[in-house]
Design a protein around this ligand. Structure first.
Ligand code: PMP
Length: 424
């Protein structure tokens, strides 16, 4: 059945025809395609079109789609049963791997999505400090829980609802939203709310608004300030964790947060989230402490087996060097095509993540990111899609590369993107 008829059926029964808003392609125009199967760097649509995929299921598919090692690990776990509702050995191995890869994490709790991870980390920060207020940054997206869906990035931004309806004003009041990369705003917020800030949560490289790097010294400033104020510093590495380095941005930047939230790659393509950090904070969680958090399917054996296999594959020599080389190849191709065309643009890239801002203004926060020409992005997106490259369907989402892009796929994608830019 074609994407068109599937979408017609879906729209009758599923709001907007999709189970996550950005999939509806509303900001780039046209109807979404449905995927029949995915292998390596390629998606095959219900219409038989093959697409080189720079979305990688929004990050998890770092080893390419349907990776045989991960598939075998899932099949092996499947033979033993799909869910037990008791502790299982995979959970212990997963906790050992996470704490080894991310040294700031002394104890970790598994959950089922990035949203659960950040929601639980916020509750834990509040329970630990016995304070209510939290700070987040405009344009950072941390999933769709009430406290965090305020000036959010990702689909919330793309679809014009950065502050969702349905979040009570009394909840929103407890969330202070600041511009990223602004030390003065941080100092002021702490001065205005003395002894009241439970936690600061951030994407250390905000990537739900494209891809923004912190200015030199910014993360250090934040670490020192939060330590001095007794505020829990939460790095949301749901996207960057294991993607940019085995230990995430905190390894690259040499910063030790108090708590870290994880997701995406640790599930190997199955639904997973996790949060962890300082043992004294984590031990405030039930059943040892008073902060309640739970999950029927948390630590699910299939998801754990997939995630363990994905993490172990990262340990193969040269993974991050290979991914970074691919990132640099795309960056060079896209930025030189844009330059040749004379289009003002920036192509920030770190390792296997990159994005394209169609703006002259240097992007350092949400406001500057929003100077990007979204109409031009939509034309670029549609041109790439027609010719066989799938970019995230939003001007504010970062692109992801997998090891499976190496060779023919990346070369072809660069050719196509160059050609599309020439035609803009
Ligand atoms: N935090 C960050 C940084 C994310 O990028 C996302 C999702 N893209 C989330 C949290 C929420 O994760 P999930 O969609 O699994 O709930």
């Amino acid at each position: 059945m074609s994407s068109e008829s599937l979408f017609a059926r879906a729209q009758q029964l599923i709001p907007g025809g999709v189970n996550s808003p950005v999939r509806a392609f509303r900001s780039v125009g046209g109807a979404p395609f449905f995927v029949q199967s995915a292998q390596g760097a390629t998606l095959t649509t219900a219409d038989g079109q093959e697409l080189i995929d720079f979305v990688c299921t929004w990050g998890p598919a770092i080893h390419g789609h349907n990776n045989p090692v991960i598939r075998d690990a899932i099949a092996d776990a499947l033979n033993r049963g799909t869910s037990f509702g008791t502790p299982n050995p995979y959970e212990v191995e997963m906790a050992e791997l996470i704490t080894r890869f991310v040294p700031s994490i002394k104890k970790v709790r598994m959950c089922n999505s990035g949203t659960e991870a950040t929601m639980s980390a916020i509750r834990l920060a509040r329970g630990f400090t016995q304070r209510d207020k939290i700070i987040k940054f405009a344009g950072c997206y941390h999933g769709h829980s009430d406290s965090l869906l305020i000036k959010a990035g990702s689909g919330a931004l793309t679809h014009g609802h950065p502050d969702s309806a349905g979040v009570p004003a009394s909840f929103a009041q407890e969330t202070i939203v600041l511009p990223f990369n602004d030390t003065a705003a941080l100092t002021e917020a702490f001065a205005a709310n003395p002894g009241q800030i439970a936690g600061v949560i951030l994407e250390p490289y905000p990537a739900n608004v494209g891809l923004i790097k912190p200015e030199p010294g910014y993360l250090n400033f934040l670490r020192e300030l939060t330590a001095r104020e007794g505020t829990v510093l939460i790095f949301d590495e749901v996207m960057t964790g294991f993607r940019l380095a085995k230990g995430g941005v905190q390894e690259l930047e040499g910063i030790t947060p108090d708590l870290t939230t994880l997701g995406k790659i640790i599930g190997g393509g199955l639904p997973v989230g996790a949060f962890g950090g300082r043992a004294d904070i984590m031990d405030k969680l039930a059943p040892v402490g008073p902060v309640y958090q739970a999950g029927t399917l948390s630590g699910n054996p299939l998801a754990m087996a997939a995630g363990i296999a994905a993490l172990k594959l990262l340990e193969e020599t040269g993974t991050y060097e290979r991914l970074a080389a691919l990132g640099q190849q795309v960056q060079a191709a896209v930025s030189s095509a844009l330059q040749a065309k004379g289009l003002p643009a920036q192509v920030p890239q770190v390792g296997s993540m990159f994005c394209t801002y169609f703006t002259e203004t240097p992007v350092r926060d949400l406001a500057s990111a929003q100077t990007t020409d979204t109409e031009l992005f939509a034309r670029y997106f549609r041109g790439c899609l027609e010719q066989g490259v799938y970019l995230p369907p939003s001007a504010y989402e970062g692109c992801f590369i997998s090891t499976a892009h190496e060779g023919a796929a990346i070369d072809r994608a660069c050719e196509i993107m160059t050609r599309v830019i020439q035609s803009l």
